[in-house]
Design a binder for this molecule. Structure first.
Ligand SMILES: [Zn+2]
Length: 121
């Protein structure tokens, strides 16, 4: 038989079943790996945190606006936050500002079902 994921030939006794799929040992391990379910914000933060640790930072007007909006409105999806802010900020700018604020532990991402909400720390 063949692995449903990587198509490798597997012996029947090496076959692992996961959510109705027949997987080889390797794919089964990857499927179960906690990395798969890791919060992407946390991973991103862990990678870049050291780089910014101890660095003196001042809030940009956009960062201040994000903090104020989250304080007034509560947790928001990035696009909803975008609507609340004055001016026409591209989502990439918001994400960059959010990322910087996250390093300062002022905001964080929160997963609710399929949605990611931004909220105060
Ligand atoms: Zn496989």
């Amino acid at each position: 038989m063949r692995c449903d994921d990587c198509n490798a030939t597997i012996e029947t006794d090496e076959m692992r079943e996961h959510l109705g799929r027949q997987l080889c040992e390797d794919c089964y391990m990857v499927t179960l790996s906690p990395m798969k379910t890791c919060d992407p914000w946390a991973v991103h933060s862990a990678k870049t945190y050291e780089k910014h640790a101890g660095e003196e930072r001042f809030l940009t007007p956009l960062q201040q606006a994000i903090l104020k909006a989250l304080k007034d409105e509560g947790p928001l999806e990035p696009t909803a936050l975008q609507d609340k802010l004055d001016g026409d900020h591209p989502l990439e700018d918001l994400e960059r500002a959010f990322s910087a604020l996250r390093h300062m532990e002022k905001v964080r991402g929160e997963k609710r079902g399929q949605r990611i909400l931004w909220r105060l720390w």
